[in-house]
Design a protein around this ligand. Structure first.
Ligand code: NAD
Ligand code: UGA
Length: 360
């Protein structure tokens, strides 16, 4: 195992072809500091990386534990990204969601503990659940009310909805795995870092329905689909819920610091998000329309309209939502020296440009 920041290290990136995985793998390869074994069943987001001399890409299903063990044996650190993580799946295929976010990665955690490999695992800000405003009701529905929404890794409660609201299948599975990882760490049998991302956005996020996959992607891709192909932008349940959208480039900067600084990052949970980029989903729709108009001035057709849909209509039975979640990022700031720098306007402009280039 390398002992200093300058020694060469082998990383095993599970899910290297996904949204976060593709950006992270590219940045790590560009740094020239790591040998990377990358596993994914899809390489369509990393064609430019496949021939890189520092990458060994393995097109394989990580649920094959013999194969997983073989590759993990060859590395120092495992970065685990594989998951079903689109909200449209949580209430429609909950068993598969629980399988991919708890049952399968549980095997991975055991392997890392047995082989004494460092594990950097991607959890989610969804473990905070409905958040305080959702529980307190109208009394706290002032978006400028202080304090209550700031979520701290080691203090805030995780409050999920009832079992019948299957939306929470994902958050429950992620949370239970966090508890398993934490317990291994507390026993001294695993060096880990848990990352809780807050709505990362950027180029090649998800898919465009009917173009490169079927289904409902996350909101950025839903709104890009609407803007590019002249369909209505749909606001679910009024679009009042709020998110802190975080540029994938700021996120990758944080993840690389975690990789490089095991002494500071080991056995810690980090919120990685941009508290300055909070916006309601209705606000996001408006902002994306403005930016789209600004960067495609030659287009003369009118922009599509914004319409309202119920969550039952959009996602089906059993969907519930988080109303507001703002990360406290002081831990990442103090231990990793990380602060996000990219504004929501910049992140959206970059993402919209890249969608237009790729799809039109
Ligand atoms: P993604 O869906 O884009 O990437 C997941 C990748 O895993 C895909 O490339 C997929 O092909 C691969 N994969 C799925 N099943 C596989 C299998 N059995 N074997 C091999 N590869 C398989 O997701 P993402 O947005 O990059 O998220 C990565 C991780 O971060 C997930 O664990 C997710 O829960 C977590 N996360 C992401 C965000 C975000 O803002 N993107 C927010 C919170 C949490
Ligand atoms: C996401 C996903 O669970 C994960 O990718 C991840 O773990 C986490 O949260 C994260 O990204 O940090 P969510 O924030 O609900 O969940 O992600 P989106 O699907 O992007 O939805 C955001 C909001 O937009 C929700 O309120 C949703 O109802 C709304 N929405 C979505 C619309 O109003 N219209 C749409 O067309 C799509």
């Amino acid at each position: 195992m390398p002992t200093s920041e300058t020694s060469r290290e082998t990383l095993c990136i599970l899910g290297c072809g996904g949204f976060i995985g593709s950006h992270l793998t590219r940045a790590l390869l560009n740094s020239g500091r790591y040998d990377i074994i990358g596993l994914d069943i899809d390489d369509s987001k990393i064609p430019d990386c496949l021939q890189h001399p520092l990458l060994t890409f393995v097109n394989a299903n990580i649920y094959d534990s013999t194969l997983l063990k073989k590759h993990i044996t060859q590395c120092d650190t495992v970065i685990s990204l594989v998951a079903l993580c689109n909200p449209a799946l949580y209430n429609t295929i909950p068993l598969q969601v629980i399988n991919s976010n708890f049952i399968q990665p549980l095997e991975l955690v055991k392997i890392c503990a047995e082989l004494k490999k460092r594990l950097i695992h991607f959890s989610t800000c969804e473990v905070y659940g409905k958040t305080v405003q959702g529980l307190a009701g109208d009394a706290l529905k002032n978006p400028n009310a202080p304090g209550n929404y700031i979520l701290k890794e080691d203090e805030s409660p995780n409050i999920l909805g009832p079992v019948s609201a299957q939306r929470w299948s994902y958050a429950s599975a992620k949370e239970l795995l966090e508890r398993v990882i934490y317990a291994y760490g507390a026993e001294g049998t695993l060096n880990y870092t848990i990352i809780r991302p807050f709505n990362f956005i950027g180029p090649r996020m998800d898919f465009i329905p009917g173009v490169d996959e079927e289904g409902i992607p996350r909101v950025l891709a839903c709104f890009m689909d609407a803007l590019m192909f002249k369909k209505p932008l749909k606001l679910v349940d009024g679009g009042e819920n709020r998110r802190c959208f975080t540029s994938i480039y700021d996120a990758v900067d944080a993840i690389i610091r975690i990789v490089r600084l095991p002494k500071h990052a080991n056995n810690q949970i980090f919120n990685i998000g941009n508290p300055n980029n909070e916006i309601s989903i209705a606000g996001l729709a408006k902002k994306m329309m403005e930016i789209f108009l600004r960067i495609t001035p030659s287009k003369t057709e009118p922009l599509p309209e914004i319409v309202h849909v119920s969550s039952k209509e959009f996602y089906g039975e059993g969907y519930e939502d988080s109303d507001r979640r703002i990360p406290d990022i002081s831990k990442a700031q103090n231990l990793l020296g990380w602060v996000p720098k990219i504004s929501l306007d910049e992140a959206l402009t970059d993402a919209i440009h890249s969608y237009l280039q790729f799809y039109l």
